[in-house]
Design a binder for this molecule. Structure first.
Ligand SMILES: Nc1nc2c(ncn2[C@@H]2O[C@H](COP(=O)(O)OP(=O)(O)OP(=O)(O)O)[C@@H](O)[C@H]2O)c(=O)[nH]1
Length: 332
């Protein structure tokens, strides 16, 4: 049953209104003290308030303003019932304060029921709309939480698919993807693209001497050391086993060789201390540049770097060798 709060300081008029509304099957709450109306409205959440204008203490206009200021009662529709509604200025003041309709005293029973019914219908629709809006907001919130979770999962999957687990560097698949892209870009723009292949020297015997776990720690150490020495748009990856690759977009052989030498020296000078064990390794590095020897594709560029690396091993290890046009690989 819909509930209506009636506020009027004139008991006789209050009685008439309440009887008419009860006869129309509404549940009626009543007060002749407007100050109490606020608390009743907050507590009982009626579907409609009908209030008189001229009342001692708190006028109907002020009661409406206060109902509209409170979050709990803001959405309850209010009908102003008064003999003052003879001027359009008063009508304007009542509607401005937040009344949704008005009734002129003395009240006509048919008009009272008609306006009450239509206002309650509107109020019901408004409440349903608010409830749907609330449910939609909750769904939206849920969807954005799910979206954020999906984004996180996507990022985690991408990271897992592109990262080498042991070293945290990019893996070979990611390197090959980037190599294809960078090579195409360098060909299109005529910019150099250098590629370094680094291999830890005599790692097999290192593993044999100290064990695989120590070997793993050395791989991680070398990866961290090398990773800290390259620029943001360079790509360093674990190419496989004890081999690393670095792509240097926009970098020609001379500068790439300088960097390779810095990396080689850094590894040679670095000591990884594991308990009592001082681990020291060296690396051999092959350097190739897309503008040298005209590699027709990225695989050929990688092959040039591999040939230079092979030459570095052949020439005694712990050195940098640059692939030169004409098929020669020269020690730096
Ligand atoms: N600890 C460890 N060792 C690895 C890993 N991947 C490859 N290796 C080892 O690296 C060694 C590579 O050996 P080789 O390819 O013979 O080359 P090398 O002994 O480094 O000799 P050169 O390359 O000629 O200087 C092998 O013993 C592999 O088992 C790894 O993830 N962890």
């Amino acid at each position: 049953m819909q509930q209506i709060l009636v506020v009027d300081d004139e008991i006789e008029h209050l009685n008439v209104l309440c009887e008419l509304l009860q006869a129309a099957s509404y549940e009626v709450l009543r007060t002749s003290q407007p100050e109490r109306a606020l608390a009743i409205a907050e507590r009982s959440q009626p579907d409609l308030v009908i209030t008189d204008w001229d009342m001692p203490g708190l006028s109907g206009l002020e009661l409406i303003r206060q109902l509209k200021e409170r979050a709990m009662t803001r959405d309850i529709p209010v009908i102003m019932c008064t003999g003052k509604m003879t001027s359009s200025a008063n009508l304007d003041a009542a509607l401005q304060a937040g009344a949704v309709d008005y009734l002129r005293k003395p009240v006509d029973p048919i008009e009272l029921c008609a306006r009450t019914r239509s206002m309650l219908q509107l109020s019901t629709l408004y409440r349903e709309l608010k409830a749907k809006q609330h449910a939609l907001a909750l769904q939206n919130e849920l969807l954005s939480q799910q979206n954020a979770m999906l984004d996180q999962q996507k990022q985690a999957l991408h990271k897992a698919a592109t990262t080498d687990q042991l070293t945290g560097l990019y893996n070979r698949a990611y390197l090959m993807e980037q190599l294809g892209r960078e090579f195409a870009g360098s060909q299109r723009l005529g910019h150099p693209l250098s590629c370094l292949l680094l291999d830890i020297d005599s790692f097999k015997s290192f593993n044999d001497r100290h064990g695989h776990l120590v070997g793993d720690a050395v791989l991680r150490h070398v990866a961290q050391l090398l990773g800290g020495k390259i620029r943001r748009n360079d790509v360093m990856a674990r190419y496989g086993g004890e081999e690393f690759a670095v792509l240097l977009p926009g970098t020609a052989a001379a500068a790439a060789t300088g960097l390779a030498e810095t990396l080689r020296a850094a590894v040679a000078q670095s000591v990884l201390q594991l308990g009592d064990l001082n681990c020291q390794v060296t690396v051999s590095i092959g350097v190739a540049d897309s503008l040298l020897g005209a590699p027709p594709n990225e695989t050929a560029l990688l092959k040039h770097a591999d040939e230079a690396l092979y030459a570095a091993k052949h020439q005694g290890r712990n050195r940098v060798v640059v692939f030169e046009a004409g098929g020669k690989a020269l020690a730096r």
